[in-house]
Design a protein around this ligand. Sequence first.
Ligand SMILES: Nc1ncnc2c1ncn2[C@@H]1O[C@H](COP(=O)(O)OP(=O)(O)OP(=O)(O)O)[C@@H](O)[C@H]1O
Ligand SMILES: [Mg+2]
Length: 255
Amino acid sequence: MSGEDVHGIERDEPERDGEPLLSLSGVDAGYGETQVLRDLSLSVREGEIVSLVGRNGAGKTTTLRTINGILHPTTGTVTFRGEDISEFDATETAKRGISLVPEQRQIFPELTVLENLQLAAHGGADDAYSVSVEEALGMFENLQDRTGNEGSSLSGGEQQMLAIARALVAGADLMLLDEPTEGLAPYIVEDVMEIIADINDRGITVLLVEQNVQVGLELAGRNYVIDQGEIVWEGSSEELRDNRRVLDRYLGVSV
Ligand SMILES: Nc1ncnc2c1ncn2[C@@H]1O[C@H](COP(=O)(O)OP(=O)(O)OP(=O)(O)O)[C@@H](O)[C@H]1O
Ligand SMILES: [Mg+2]
């Protein structure tokens, strides 16, 4: 079975292709005394696009921070390529090829597009997939015309593209994307979705956090629904599309 409620029902963890690239197992995490994630388990296999969808404040960003080492689990483990990375900091996870593109898009507003990309080429991952600055500019046409523009002068969509381009230049085998389409005009959302599909075609595994469930449904093969720090449902996009109850209850949308 799959696509059923997690509560009280046995879960179908698809481990048939061997060990997942990333797995969280029984993770509790939060901020100081505030526990946000509760017994959270999820896994992502190499080459997948997996979405983590949920409402405002559900714990999506906290999950990504716990994966890349800004936060650490108080209980449970985070494993990447079979290695326990629960206590690694963000520099150590980046070296191993985990790249977080945060909600705030973290580009340098006073540096030009070119400088932003050149800076990303230093540090980053040891042996992960990466592209040169020139290749990155080739992938993102709208950045190519703006190499001399300051980051702050870019539109929201361009800043998102630049943030993803920086992650590609720094190197990533697993990209954690935190609401990449938030606040973007619909036609830019399409562009960002194409870029995500493109980076996945290049072999990069993607864990995509979205409030916009449509984006998850279109891009991801599997989806996890998070509510109040717990995974409350998981299943394929077809199953989620048909599951009005989950869509209504946890995501507040009808598709
Ligand atoms: N730095 C912090 N200190 C204390 N509590 C925090 C902090 N950041 C987030 N929280 C709380 O943790 C919970 C989960 O927040 P989180 O940012 O993970 O949600 P989210 O699913 O990413 O939401 P959104 O869709 O709004 O980005 C919320 O209740 C939030 O108030
Ligand atoms: Mg968030």
